[in-house]
Design a protein around this ligand. Structure first.
Ligand code: IMP
Length: 192
């Protein structure tokens, strides 16, 4: 697993993502390489098991789309929408279910796909909820993990990158619903 470094600074002043200063954290190529590696690991582990892959909306939609297209196995997809963020950049402390899954996961192998684990509140809530439905197994995949913040009482099976405790945007991740379309991961520049 790779640990992200802030490898250079790119300030975006104008265009569709203008107005905020950003620092490049993970390049598009590094993301694409890592997503392919993760897909290969998952394909090896789930060969012939036909998992249901559950994406957590909204942030995981781009990661999920790239990940499933690199899988070499049969699978189904579903989505759940949860919210833990009260303000622009900090967790509200409670998780709300905004849209539930449609699939029956009883007796199925489930893979949860998350964009980023920050405090761990969302993924802890979801794990308890999914396990009530009696799946055969549940595993967790996240592109990003804020390792020194997350409080988890279980292991995340597949982590793309461990990142420092910075607010990040791009590749599906937003600030106030904006910037999801950036094809790399950027940290919001901290105020001086
Ligand atoms: P947690 O419940 O604190 O682990 O937060 C998980 C959710 O908060 C993620 O699914 C994201 O939607 C959002 N989030 C946490 N950190 C960031 C960030 O740095 N950028 C964008 N969204 C974030």
């Amino acid at each position: 697993m790779a640990t992200a470094q802030l490898d250079g600074i790119k300030v975006l002043g104008g265009g569709p993502f203008g107005g905020r200063d950003l620092e490049l954290m993970i390049t598009r190529d590094a993301i694409q390489d890592r997503v392919r590696e993760m897909a290969a690991e998952i394909s090896g582990r789930y060969a012939a098991r036909g998992p249901i892959i559950i994406g957590i909306l909204n942030g995981s939609f781009i990661f999920m789309a790239d990940l499933v297209r690199a899988l070499q196995i049969p699978f189904e997809v579903d989505f759940i929408k949860l919210s833990s963020y009260g303000s622009e950049t900090s967790s509200s402390g409670t998780v709300r279910l905004l849209k539930d899954i449609s699939a029956d996961i009883t007796g199925r192998d489930v893979i949860v796909v998350e964009d980023i684990i920050d405090t761990g509140l969302t993924i802890n809530f979801l794990r308890r909820r999914l396990e009530e439905a009696g799946p055969t197994s549940v595993s967790f995949v996240t592109l990003l993990l804020k390792d020194d913040v997350a409080k988890l009482d279980f292991t995340i099976d597949h982590v793309g990158f461990k990142i420092p405790n910075r607010y990040v945007v791009g590749y599906g991740l937003d600030i106030d619903q904006q910037m999801r379309g950036l094809d790399a991961i950027y940290a919001l520049k901290e105020q001086e």
